[in-house]
Every structure is written in C-alpha cells, then in structure tokens.
Write a protein that binds this ligand. Structure first.
Ligand SMILES: Cc1cc2nc3c(=O)[nH]c(=O)nc-3n(C[C@H](O)[C@H](O)[C@H](O)COP(=O)(O)OP(=O)(O)OC[C@H]3O[C@@H](n4cnc5c(N)ncnc54)[C@H](O)[C@@H]3O)c2cc1C
Length: 310
C-alpha cells in the first residue's frame, strides 16, 4: 500500500494548484493533481497582469502549465472531480466522481470560487467579454470609455472610486433603489456621475460587446462596457468546511501563513482563501505552500533518519 501512498494530492488545477504541482514535482514529491477544469475565468478571452502572459487566454496558460508538468513523472494530472475527503489518522483519503480513491500525507485545496451573477437579463452574454469585476485585469482596455457600473450598498462607493481611475465617463446602475448614504450620493453628483436607480430590463449586446443598458421605464443608455461590484462568489468546494476549516464572513477559508489551516496537513491557496487573488497571486501562493510542504517533509525525513541510526 505504501507504494500507492502519495505525498500530496492537489485539488484544483488553476494557477494555484498548477504552480504547487510544479514546485512539489521539482522537489521529487509524489503528487496527484485532480482538476474538474471548470475555472471561473473560463468566460474570458484574455488575461492580463501576469508577467510574460499579458493578453493570453487563461485556457492557454493552463495548457502550457500542464504540458510543462509532463516533464515530471512523479506528478500525475487527472481530470476528475473530488467528491469527498476523509481524514484517517494522519492521512487524507480522497474519493473522486470517476471512482478513484487515493491516499496522501498532505492535501492542498486550490479549488477557487464560483461566480453567481445577479439575474439581469443579458448580463451572462457580456460578463468576461466587456463587463468585468476586476479593473486590474480589464480596466486598461476600457480606459476613458463610456462605461456602466453595476452595484449597490456599502461596497458601491469604494468600487466607484476605483473604477473612476480608468474612466470618468461612468453611469452607476443600482437596479432598484440605491441603498447608499446621502453623502455618497452627493459625492457621485460632485464628480458628475449619473446614479440610475430604475430597475434594468436588459443589457443589449452584440457578440459579447455591451451596447445599451435598457431600463424597465423604456429609457436606455449607450455604454461600451462596464464593471460589476460583486459577482456573489461562493466556494468551489465545501469539502474543507466539512472537515472543519472555518470560513470568514466573506465566505473565504481562514488560513495561517503559507496556506496552512487548523487541520494539520491541509493547505488552502488562491481564490478559495482570498476571493479574487489574480493569476500571479494564486500562482505565488501555490509556490509558497509547496515550499512549506517540502520543507516539512525534509525536516521529518531528517529526524526519521536520525532515529534509525540510533
Ligand atoms: C472573468 C474573469 C476574468 C479574470 N481575469 C483575470 C486577469 O486578467 N488577470 C488575473 O490575474 N486574474 C484574472 N481573474 C482572476 C483569476 O482568474 C483568479 O484569481 C485565479 O484563476 C484564481 O486561481 P485559483 O487557482 O485559486 O482558482 P481557479 O483558477 O478558479 O481554479 C480552480 C480549479 O479548481 C477546480 N475545482 C473546484 N472544485 C473541484 C473539485 N471538487 N475537484 C476537482 N477540481 C475542482 C475548478 O474546476 C478549477 O479548475 C479573472 C477572473 C474572472 C472571473
């Protein structure tokens, strides 16, 4: 059975999981990465802000990473869904939808978040094409353009301030009565930002390009793209929660340094612990968790060697 024992199972093959697999592979660890391959960024055509990868499709980034992992025979990549993980003494037993059961000394969850967009007719067609959440990812392409900003509540004004950096030609759509302070309304008016509270009937677009925001009153506004302040993310996997890892009030997993959790041997990295880490952020956390895990194995093996020679 020891032959089948893996050092690390990695759940999720986004930038977090893939970079952890790469560094653990290069550290001679026996690793299995299991990925459902349904990332939240699959809706978008181009990713930005990741050095050497600016403007490349997120699918291509994953393909290159998987191709490069093939050089490490100690790393197996499987397309499957992890349905359950049990803790048995110090080991993790992972069960997949396709009926695989694997055992590992440690496990990394890099299972990301899933977006649940508000039910505005037409939003699904433009999200990830010309309407986005992250201005660092997609603000440059919309600089100085007439854009829509969808959102409401306490998070609205901080988001407007941010987006204002890229375009001052902003219309804010709250899709119903604005639940913001009078002072916040005053600040929007001061910056000549139109606040539209009438509910939205639909977003009209052509091939993913937002053209018009049409209100239930029949009034419409030409806009060339936009940003949405919240995509109502939820965890990609609730397995760590079932095992006892706490979630904070934003629905993110609570971790310690390097992605370690209250459950020894279970690490969480990427969007699962930071909602919107970015490609480079998730990849960096994968690197960091892998280094921590390998250094733990190295220390354990060293101690075991000392005991044997006594
Ligand atoms: C529309 C959009 C555009 C974006 N654009 C950019 C950009 O331009 N630049 C940038 O830096 N960032 C961008 N991001 C953010 C970036 O995509 C994420 O921050 C990053 O992908 C997070 O990486 P991750 O590894 O944590 O998770 P993900 O990349 O989300 O990967 C998680 C993986 O885990 C898998 N998974 C989940 N549950 C299971 C399970 N039970 N078993 C097996 N596999 C499972 C999922 O299917 C998925 O493949 C964008 C995000 C969105 C939504």
């Amino acid at each position: 059975m020891d032959n089948d024992l893996l050092d690390v199972v990695i759940a999720g093959g986004g930038p977090g999981g893939l970079n952890a697999a790469l560094v653990l592979g290069r550290s001679l660890k026996k690793v299995m990465l299991i990925d459902e391959a349904k990332p939240r960024n699959a809706v978008t055509l181009k990713s930005h802000g990741f050095l050497t990868r600016d403007g490349i499709s997120p699918t291509v980034i994953r393909e290159i990473a998987r191709e490069q992992l093939k050089a490490y025979k100690n790393v197996t990549v499987m397309e499957d869904v992890i349905e359950d993980v049990e803790r048995n003494n110090d080991l993790f037993i992972t069960k997949t939808r396709n009926g695989q059961t694997v055992m590992s000394k440690k496990i990394i969850f890099a299972t990301g978040m899933k977006d649940h967009l508000p039910s505005i007719p037409g939003l699904q067609s433009v999200y990830g094409k010309t309407v986005f959440h992250c201005p660092y990812c997609d603000g440059w392409e919309r600089k100085n353009q007439p854009i829509a900003l969808f959102g409401n509540g306490a998070a609205l004004l901080p988001f407007v301030k941010l987006i204002f950096n890229w375009s001052k030609d902003l219309i804010v759509f709250t899709n119903g009565p604005a639940s913001i302070q009078d002072e916040e309304k005053r600040q929007l008016a001061h910056h000549k930002i139109n606040l539209v509270e009438t509910p939205i009937a639909e977003l009209q677009s052509n091939n993913g390009n937002l053209e018009k925001v049409i209100l239930q009153s029949g009034e419409s506004f030409h806009r060339k793209g936009g940003f949405i302040s919240s995509t109502y993310e939820r965890q990609g996997s609730m397995i760590p929660a079932r095992l006892g890892v706490p979630l904070n009030d934003k629905g993110e997993y609570e971790t310690h340094e390097h992605g370690e959790t209250n459950l020894e041997g279970l690490f969480i990295i990427g969007d699962a612990k930071n909602t919107f880490t970015s490609l480079v952020g998730a990849a960096s956390q994968g690197y960091e968790a892998a280094v921590k895990i390998n250094s733990q194995f190295a220390a354990e093996n060293w101690e075991a060697g000392l005991l044997q020679n006594k």
